[in-house]
Design a protein around this ligand. Sequence first.
Ligand code: PA5
Length: 445
Amino acid sequence: MKSIEINIQDALYFAEKEYAALEAPAVEAFRKLDTGSGEGSDFLGWLHLPSETPQSLVDSINKTAERLRENCEYVVCVGIGGSYLGAKAVIYGLSGLFDDFYGPKPKEPKILYAGQNIGEEYMAELQQLLEGKTFGIIVISKSGTTTEPAIAFRILKEQLEKQVGRDKAKDLIVAVTDAHKGALRTLATQEGYETYVIPDNVGGRFSVLTPVGLLPIACAGYNIEKLLDGARQMEQTALRPGPENPVEIYARMRNALYRSGKKIEILVNYNPKLHYFSEWWKQLYGESEGKDGKGIFPASVDNTTDLHSMGQWIQEGERTIFETVVSVKTPAITRRIPQDAANLDGINYLADKRIDEVNKMAELGTKLAHVDGGVPNIRIEIEKLDEHWLGQLIYFFEKSVGVSGYLLGVNPFNQPGVEAYKKNMFALLEKPGYEKETAEIKKKL
Ligand code: PA5
């Protein structure tokens, strides 16, 4: 099967010298990943997940998913950051955009999300929806101690137990967490929940191809073997550095642009189904590279929608941006624009064309305008939106950020900055053990 195609011709003009200069450092970055000799090498477990995930794990996940599908109208995935974005990206990318308006069908539960915010109304409205419904919970937390999912799980667990009784609730709750440590592991053991393990050496934002992503995706009815197949193909394609390796090309090009003054990267799609894929990508790149006072700021737009909101800034604002377009070659369904005898709207020149033909011309026209306006363009094309191609894309972006982080000179696998808000929040909430921090923060108020 074909691999994703990457085209950097419309970016190379801007930073050709820097791109050439990054050839040897890219080889070195691949070597660091390969040999585990770079910073953060304790967290390289994701590197061979596609080729090393045992069939027994896939079968077990499918079996658990089947049980939840048989017994639930809704399955709520409780998790935040890397513990939910990957699943949401894939499920949203593969689902019909209006599926939610049809309501659940037998054995096809709707997947909902909680614990990814602390919105009181969000939780109250979710609880209202689940009132009297059959639902299951997949609670996901690597550390097992994150506040947002802990609050959501406590509330939903209580609701589920009230609705079906404690014994039945146990069969409808699955926990995905560390093998040994954390409050969620303790709780799951005590309550007797079925559990899956997040490997120690896989960080949250790299965990979509572990049970963290695979279980919710299987619950939504999608084929996780095909997802892993696609990722495995990219694992092979991207194994060794070289001028044809799409991972090397992308990692080098974006670093060359960064060194040439392009500090913001916008991930662009022309297919609304990719909206949450961009959200996943932003976390992956933001948390991996934004540290030590460095890093490209990852942003995203959904086009053509955002051409009518952000288009002006992108075309003529401060010239510190470049864009990476993820383009889907062929939509799954054909729709043509009809002829209209009166032609009052003046669009008969488009009659009989596929909607996608217009979309592709919008993409091409935008690229030409942006390049003219000083916005370099990297283009990544996938054949279609299915499990295989999303699997390829996931692995492609994961490996690219490993290479890219090393080119940038940071540890791509830690996230020390995420702790700062937590420390303040705990101090403000007077969490036991934070007495000193509470006293200090109160002086600032
Ligand atoms: O990528 C990361 O490490 C983070 O985004 C975490 O996934 C997120 O903070 C949730 O952590 P946990 O899974 O421990 O609850």
